[in-house]
Design a protein around this ligand. Structure first.
Ligand code: ADP
Length: 614
């Protein structure tokens, strides 16, 4: 369980350190928000730009279509009017020819004809009828009649319309028709109806209609001056097109309006008049601008709505994640009571809610596990403490009477004793000594476990420590026929001589104990590093029974002894190496072992020391 949690911690640390290298750290709320905005607002702006561009084009297309229809309708109306005028003109001619025909003076009035006159080949009036309202005796000039006669003679049997002529002080249009026997009929048409028709057509602020005669002279126009003076508009390209009998839409510059105009134009086939309906381009652009403005307002309203929705969505998605993150941060800081705040809003994202509840369940389980672990740990610590204090008390309690016992045995030895009694006493003394040794070992081990010992530095010579060990075990070695030698070199070092000595005595004692024949040799090595620190390595090498590979690490554990003939023959506690290893640790060093069964062992004590300058 503990190992697992360590692994989890390591993984999370690795992930965190990984993210430290990230170049961009993105905030989830802003990430979602900006993604939604980019994904929705950009296309909208694109749409707006497209609408803005196409608005003017749409207006132009609309105008092109509609202006042309108006122009065509106007031309059709004029066509009918001309037809009616011709009909009245011709009926009146017929009545004039037959002296007893009906009176058309009212009809002439109705169709804006001032009079109809029947002339002989010398232009003398043979017969004539006046419109009721017209009492004038004004006549067309000789030239006007001759021009009309010439025009009519090209189209014999047809009534023809002249271009604009001045009559009775105002612009008119004259009609002429060749009648049988060199007779010629003439009439004059006022422009009143045409002007009214022109006036009736208005669209937009300045959109209007305009009519020109077959020579490009203005018949009817909103500009009264142009109209009164029958302005020659034949120079305008659009007028030229009408005069050429074309129909269409044109954009041109209008001098009287001082503006670019768009106009539908066509012509009246019967009379050769041109009809056009122009409108300033600026009006189209203004209308396009108005629809652009509406589009802009709609787009802005949509963007505002999108921003609000995106913000709300980003909050909806990111808040639960942020809640999990903040709870996880608290948990990783050790607050296992931290829980993810679950949203109580009417709208939630179910996966995010599930993430929160799962996290909370996970932490609750973790908290329960931790409670159990803490309880188990404190029980274990308590048990360990009880064990240590028990061992310590027991050792003390047993050690004191043991010393008393040993004193008594010593006193008895001084008295008169039989040989076998003396032998038993010696065995008893040895057993008591071993027991005290074991108790001392237990006591020291307990102290070391409780961290109650620390190393104390003083100057020492490792060669002297090695020599003392040799001196102590030499007699035993000689007894076993072993050679025990030291080649540790003299050197004054700073370290803990007491701890080093205890380790050395233990290693040499074990070597003598577990070697049947051969030699035990103590060597040393002094390794200096450039930085002023140095290491002392003392090796105790024997030609003893050796230790199998799989046991080499376990013999450093307390109370571990390898079962062997020699171990059974010698007293031991299994504490020597455990104590030695802890002492080496206290000096920030270590003991290593190289051994081969039946060949021997080499124990190495490796500790940091300081060279004492002489
Ligand atoms: P003990 O009091 O039994 O010697 P140690 O902790 O000193 O306790 O040693 C533990 C065991 O390690 C010994 O019982 C022995 O089996 C093995 N051992 C220690 N030193 C040697 C050695 N030099 N050669 C072979 N075995 C050894």
């Amino acid at each position: 369980m503990l190992d697992n949690s360590k692994e989890v911690q390591m993984t999370s640390e690795r992930t965190a350190s990984g993210s430290k290298n990230a170049r961009f750290r993105l905030n989830i709320r802003w990430l979602i928000f900006s993604s939604l905005i980019v994904a929705s607002v950009l296309p909208l702006l694109g749409l707006y730009k497209w609408m803005e561009k196409s608005a003017v084009q749409k207006e132009i297309a609309y105008v092109e279509e509609n202006h042309l229809i108006i122009a065509k309708n106007l031309a059709a109306a004029l066509e009918r009017y001309a037809h009616d005028v011709v009909a009245v003109f011709e009926l009146t001619i017929k009545s004039l020819e037959s002296t007893e025909g009906p009176d058309f003076s009212e009809s002439l009035d109705e169709f804006d004809l001032s009079f109809v006159a029947l002339l002989d080949d010398k232009d003398n009036v043979l017969n004539e009828v006046q419109a009721v309202s017209k009492s004038t005796s004004q006549r067309l000039s000789y030239t006007q009649i001759e021009e009309l006669r010439a025009q009519a003679s090209i189209n014999p049997g047809q009534s023809v319309f002249s271009g604009i002529v001045q009559f009775d002080g105002a612009p008119h249009i004259s009609l002429g028709r060749i009648v049988a026997n060199g007779k010629f009929a003439v009439s004059v048409l006022s422009l009143q109806y045409l002007i009214e028709l022109q006036k009736s057509i208005k669209f937009g602020a300045l959109g209007h209609s305009m009519m020109v005669d077959q020579n490009g002279l203005v018949i009817a126009h909103p500009n009264p001056e142009w109209q009164a003076s029958s302005k020659d508009a034949s120079k305008l390209s659009v007028v030229q097109q009408m005069m050429a009998g074309k129909t269409g839409v044109a954009i041109f510059y209008s001098p009287p309006m001082q503006a670019d105009m768009i106009s539908g134009f066509t012509f009246v086939a019967r009379t050769g008049w041109g009809v056009m309906v122009p409108q300033p381009m600026s009006e189209l652009e203004a209308r396009a601008k108005a629809s652009e403005k509406t589009a802009l307002l709609i787009v802005l309203a949509e963007i505002a709505a999108l921003i609000v929705i995106s913000w709300w969505l980003s909050q909806l998605i990111s808040t639960p994640i942020r809640n999990v993150v903040s709870a996880a941060a608290k948990v990783s800081d050790g607050d296992l009571g931290a829980r993810v705040m679950l949203s109580e809003a009417p709208v939630v994202i179910s996966e995010a809610q599930l993430l929160g509840t799962s996290f909370n369940r996970l932490i609750s389980n973790l908290q329960a596990d931790q409670h159990q672990l803490t309880a188990a740990l404190s029980a274990a610590v308590e048990g360990e403490r009880a064990k240590s204090s028990f061992l310590s008390v027991m050792s003390h309690e047993v050690r004191t009477p043991m010393h008393g016992l040993m004193g008594i045995l010593e006193l008895i030895k001084d008295g008169k004793l039989e040989e076998d009694q003396r032998h038993l006493l010696t065995v008893g003394q040895k057993t008591a000594k071993n027991m005290v040794k074991l108790l001392d070992g237990v006591l020291q081990f307990v102290k070391l476990e409780a961290n109650a010992e620390s190393s104390k530095a003083s100057a020492f010579d490792p060669a002297e420590l090695a020599q003392s060990a040799v001196d102590l075990f030499q007699s035993l070695a000689i007894k076993k026929g072993l050679s025990l030698t030291t080649s540790v070199s003299h050197q004054m070092l700073l370290g803990d001589p007491q701890m080093i000595s205890q380790i050395m005595l233990n290693l040499v004692g074990n070597a003598v104990k577990f070697t049947k024949e051969g030699q035990i040799h103590i060597t040393s090595e002094f390794r200096e590093s450039g930085t002023g620190s140095a290491r002392l390595i003392i090796s105790v090498t024997d030609s003893g029974i050796g230790i199998a590979d799989d046991l080499q690490s376990t013999i450093f554990k307390e109370f571990v002894q390898v079962d062997s003939e020699l171990a059974r023959a010698n007293e031991g506690s299994g504490l020597g190496l455990a104590i030695s290893a802890r002492l080496a640790q206290l000096m920030e060093g270590k003991i290593t072992l190289k051994s081969e069964p039946d060949k021997g062992s080499c124990f190495q004590l490796d500790i940091p020391v300081t060279l004492v300058e002489n």
